[in-house]
Write a protein that binds this ligand. Structure first.
Ligand code: ADP
Ligand code: ZN
Length: 714
């Protein structure tokens, strides 16, 4: 097996022009029959790493996958591309299972997806032994680790595979990066001297934004208005919040549904189905939602509450933008969220060590939200990946904080805190500094202290921002064991009494405004407008086809593929094959429908008096199909007859049927094509014309060339 072969299969079956980073190396390792471990972020393209070997090697590849819903999706996707795939799990009837088994034994299936339970069950062993297995692919391999959050006991039994099938390579794949899990996978699966590939976990197409959770509802409705019709998930911590939020959003005219573990199974299934099929674009969900979903066109993830750790955050936002197109992650946070989690962890059964670990991770999460540092840099560093530049695609990079000498501000806060005998939390401290008229301030006599009202120059939010930095710099700390009161540390005392300096940042100006200024809606250019309009139309067509075939629309074509069609406006089979994501089977199945839609769109625009680049071939072609004479076409279109011929030849070359005998006889065709190797591409008609001493017409030569190219292509 060679990589050229792999590359050709990638194009033919999936319609992709090139491999993504590490895919070829991984495939080569499998070809070399090495055990292999792949760490790649969600959406990185793990599936291709076993699908291409499966399709190119002899025998059947067995894919272990823990998520039954995903299995069906993947198999449908593969079949849609003409790849012989099937699955066996508990959802199949006995008869269905038998039929898959027959296909397997007859060698008709290249990819078999099985649940781990099934694979390790006694009943399955005889079949397994009779198959010719090319590869075991273990997807979501981190499920094997008892340390991870998705631990599945059945996975630990997969050890037997290596013992039973020592000659079959094993490929383990996961999007969980940490070292402990990695080690667990290698050990538990018994991988032998595995090749290990670790891809970058950066997802540059996802823009990251973090905001304080004030007026969340208004912020969310404003966001949704800017993303009409797009698919997204809003993660909430509490089940109640999912329901309330969904209801409130629906009352505002958005189309949302709630999802959480307390809903009946059937209801959950329905919501998931509606989401996958683009019937309900927005789901307000607890983190239970999304695991079994492979929907590639999720355009945004909103966290209504702070996630409990950065692992969770990154996994959840990773569900957006799998198709590689721009996507957004918007996170709201408040200190209240931290308190809620702390309480949950305290009440949980976990042993002390685990509690501590959870709390430490939670603190990192909170720091991430608060620190005015490039978000991407912070997360990637957390996952142990070097990332030195600033990303330019997060709220901090877009709207950097303003650094200043914060000594005086810090001194005011520290002094007030000491005068309040370190008996207050953040909110009270800020209110005192700002001279609030709150009743309890007067009752407690806090209005009497010297620093009351000494910090009016900063808003409430600005003080919160400053205080949180003072926390990070270690000037103050939170006494969790004393009602979360703030305490001044030794470092803080040094600032207050020894005149040490500290630099702080002021919060960026309110972000919505700054962003609104930055991307003040420029009116779309005509090209963009054409593109958007056509895209919407193709999306509608895709939905209709999905409905007719009973498959999720994104399995027809991904957003990325439709985006390219909207940009390139393919009007022939050949144009279509240039579009990434259109393989041979998809061209056969959907080519006519989508080419038809593009053509119709172009015609309408032309009739409307607009210019559409690349449409000239189509106009000539349409007239020709109606039976208009060449000369008449030339006259009406105000082009030369030679140009008309050239248009027709181009359409022929790209896959349309033309009776070329009218211009070139089979004998002439043979002779002219036989001479083509003497010339270089792009062929100059005149050279060939003269080579044959004007024996053949220009038309004959043009069509001979077109015919040669057409044969090469199809
Ligand atoms: P993962 O399993 O790592 O989350 P997938 O295998 O589902 O990711 O791939 C994510 C998306 O990227 C899919 O839509 C897939 O078809 C697409 N993809 C994978 N490899 C390529 C490639 N070489 N070129 C273009 N698209 C690709
Ligand atoms: Zn950044």
């Amino acid at each position: 097996m060679t990589l050229e072969h792999a590359q050709a299969t990638l194009k033919k079956v999936f319609g992709y022009d090139r491999f993504r980073p590490l895919q070829p190396e991984i495939i080569q390792a499998v070809y070399n029959k090495r055990d292999t471990l792949v760490l790649m972020p969600t959406g990185g393209g793990k599936s291709i790493c076993y699908q291409i070997p499966a399709l190119t090697m002899e025998g059947t590849t067995v894919v272990v996958s823990p998520l039954i819903a995903l299995m069906k999706d993947q198999v449908e996707g593969l079949r849609g591309n003409g790849a012989p795939a099937a699955f066996i799990n508990s959802t199949l009837s006995a008869a269905e299972t038998r039929s898959v088994e027959e296909d397997l034994l007859a060698g008709r299936i290249k990819l078999l997806y099985v649940s781990p339970e099934k694979l390790v069950s006694q009943g399955f062993q005889p079949l397994l032994k009779r198959l010719r297995i090319s590869l075991f692919a273990v997807d979501e391999a981190h499920c094997i680790s008892a340390w991870g959050h998705d631990f599945r006991p059945e996975y630990t039994q997969l050890k037997f595979l290596k013992a039973q099938f020592p000659g079959v390579p094993m490929l383990a794949l996961t999007a969980t990066a940490d070292k402990l899990t990695r080690k667990d996978i290698v050990e538990q699966l018994n991988l032998r001297d595995p090749a290990i590939f670790i891809a970058s976990f950066d997802r540059p197409n996802i823009s990251l934004t973090v905001r304080r959770g004030q007026k969340r509802f208004e912020q969310i409705t404003a966001f949704l208005k800017q993303h009409p019709g797009q698919s997204g998930i809003i993660y909430c911590l509490a089940r109640r919040t999912c329901e309330d939020l969904s209801e409130k959003l629906n009352a505002r005219g958005f189309n949302t549904a709630p999802y959480h573990a307390n809903l009946p199974a059937r209801e959950r299934e329905r919501v998931q189905d509606d989401f996958i099929n683009d019937r309900v674009p927005i789901i307000c969900a607890t983190i239970a939602f999304g695991m079994g979903i492979d929907k590639s066109n999720v355009r945004f993830i909103i966290h209504y509450n702070l996630p409990r750790n950065l692992e969770g955050y990154y996994q959840e936002i990773g569900r957006a933008g799998r198709d590689g197109l721009p996507a957004e992650a918007l996170l709201f946070f408040s200190y209240q969220d931290v308190m809620t989690y702390r309480q949950m962890f305290e009440e949980g059964e976990a042993v002390q060590d685990q509690k501590d670990l959870k709390i430490a991770k939670l603190n990192r999460m909170y720091q991430f939200a608060e620190a005015p540092v490039c978000r991407r840099k912070t997360v990637l560093h957390y996952f142990g990946e070097a990332y030195e530049q600033n990303c330019g695609n997060c709220d901090v990079c877009r709207n950097p904080p303003r650094q200043f000498d914060g000594t005086v501000a810090a001194q005011k806060a520290l002094s007030a805190l000491l005068r309040l005998e370190e008996k207050v939390g953040i909110n009270m401290l800020v209110d005192v500094l700002r001279g609030s008229q709150r009743r309890d301030i007067f009752n407690l006599g806090y209005n009497q202290i010297k620093t009351y009202g000494a910090g009016k120059e900063y808003s409430f939010e600005e003080w919160q921002f400053l205080l949180s930095q003072m926390l990070h710099h270690g000037l103050i700390e939170i006494a969790y064991d004393d009602n979360n009161c703030l305490k001044v540390t030794d470092t803080g005392r040094a600032i207050l009494f020894d005149n040490q300096q500290v630099r702080l940042a002021l919060p960026p100006r309110p972000e919505e405004k700054a962003e609104a200024r930055a991307n003040a809606p420029k009116p779309p250019t005509q090209t963009q407008q054409l593109r958007n309009e056509l895209f919407d139309r193709l999306v509608a067509l895709r939905r209709k086809i999905g409905q007719q075939e009973g498959i999720p629309p994104y399995l027809v074509f991904s957003d990325a593929t439709l985006e390219q069609m909207a940009q390139k406006r393919p009007i022939t089979d050949a144009d279509m094959l240039y579009i990434s994501g259109v393989g041979e089977r998809k061209l056969q199945k959907y080519g006519d429908a989508f080419i038809g839609a593009v053509r119709q769109f172009v015609r309408e625009k032309i009739a409307d008096g607009q210019t559409v680049p690349g449409s000239t071939y189509l106009l000539t072609w349409d007239m020709f199909k109606k039976g208009v004479e060449i000369r008449e076409i030339a006259r009406q279109r105000e082009i030369s007859p030679v140009t008309v011929i050239s248009h027709l030849a181009t359409m022929y070359e790209r896959g349309e049927l033309v009776d070329i005998d009218t211009w070139v006889s089979p004998e002439e065709l043979d002779i002219i094509q036989g001479s083509l190797s003497l010339f270089e591409e792009p062929y100059q008609l005149k050279d060939i014309f003269e080579h044959f001493n004007k024996r053949f017409t220009y038309e004959a030569i043009r069509f001979s060339i077109a015919d040669a190219k057409r044969k090469e292509r199809f």
